[in-house]
Structures are given as structure tokens and as C-alpha cells.
Design a protein around this ligand. Structure first.
Ligand code: HEC
Length: 150
């Protein structure tokens, strides 16, 4: 009897850890962009892959349901937004998925990897955008918006 009472909290604790609560992710720095690229094209757990709805030249993806990510994110990139900002934008979109995009197509470290991959390549063919060019930079750029008049 006492044994059963003690075991219950342990089981519940294990469930919480296995669920979303205790998941550790690397963030942009330690992300595996090779895994991110694969997930972008193949999807995770049988869910729809990003590439089925989005254009992303680096991945060879040509989906037309959602916005072209080279254009949508490349524009921000060319405006001087840093890679980590774009990474945050993509990660948030995966998590919250405004509009007609299903949420949580990838989760945890997979979501980090996909977002890091997208941030590292989106819009790289757009003039003025060099997504991975500033890698390792000091990260001051985003605050520094110089707006020379028209
Ligand atoms: C079923 C189709 C579909 C899939 C699959 C999909 N998306 Fe989307 N995505 C959309 C649509 C539609 C929008 C536009 C949402 C809106 O604002 O109405 C969007 C918007 C976005 C945006 C915002 C673009 C902007 O203009 O700011 C990003 C970033 C994005 N998706 C990334 C991803 C990533 C990464 C994946 C894979 C994990 C993915 N999407 C999978 C349909 C999809």
C-alpha cells in the first residue's frame, strides 16, 4: 500500500519530463542545420513538410500554399535584420503559426534546427542579403537602423 502511494508521484514526474516541459534545445548556436534542411523537405512524424507549402531555393522547395520564404525573409535580411532575428521569427511562426499554417509541424530541437536552417539560407540570392555572412558577428546591427530619407 505504501509502495503504491510512493510510486504515483514518480510516474507523474516521468510523464512531465517526457512531455513538453523538460525539453532542452540548443538555440541557434548549436543547431544542426543539416537536420533542419532534411526536416524542411521531408517533415517530421509524417506531418506536412515546410517545402510542400513554401518556396526556399536552397532546399529546392517550390510549394506555393504559403509565402515564398526567400522573398518574405530575404526582404528583412536585406533590410539588415540579423540571422538570429530571422531565426526567432521562423521559430515563432512554427510554434504559433498565425494564419493558415498548421502549428507545431516540428517541435523542440527539430524546430530549432529547421528555424536555424531557414535563417541561414532564406533570401541568400537577394541583393543585399547575406544571411550567414555575419555569422559570429557581435549582433549589434538590429538596433542600428539608419534611415536615410527617401
Ligand atoms: C500547409 C501549408 C504550410 C506548411 C506545411 C508550412 N507552412 Fe509556413 N506558412 C503557410 C501559410 C499559409 C503562411 C502564411 C500565414 C498567414 O500569415 O496567413 C505561412 C507562413 C510562414 C512564415 C511567415 C512568413 C512571413 O511572411 O513572415 C514562415 C517563416 C513559415 N511559414 C515557415 C514555415 C516552416 C519553417 C515550415 C515547416 C516547419 C512551414 N512554414 C510549413 C503554410 C504552410
Amino acid at each position: 500500500m505504501l509502495g503504491r502511494l510512493l510510486a504515483l508521484p514518480l510516474v507523474l514526474g516521468a510523464l512531465v519530463v517526457a512531455g513538453c516541459g523538460g525539453e532542452e534545445t540548443t538555440g541557434l548556436e548549436g543547431a544542426d542545420t543539416t537536420n533542419g534542411r532534411e526536416l524542411f523537405l521531408a517533415g517530421a512524424d509524417g506531418k506536412q513538410p515546410c517545402g510542400s507549402c513554401h518556396v526556399l531555393a536552397d532546399a529546392g522547395a517550390a510549394g506555393t500554399v504559403g509565402p515564398n520564404l526567400d522573398t518574405a525573409l530575404g526582404f528583412s535580411c536585406a533590410q539588415g535584420f540579423e540571422e538570429d532575428t530571422i531565426y526567432e521569427v521562423v521559430l515563432r511562426q512554427i510554434d504559433l503559426a498565425r494564419g493558415n499554417m498548421p502549428s507545431d509541424l516540428v517541435t523542440g530541437q527539430d524546430a530549432v534546427d529547421v528555424a536555424a536552417y531557414v535563417a541561414s539560407v532564406a533570401g541568400k540570392d537577394i541583393e543585399g542579403c547575406d544571411p550567414s555572412g555575419d555569422r559570429g558577428g557581435t549582433g549589434t546591427g538590429a538596433a542600428e537602423t539608419t534611415q536615410a530619407g527617401g
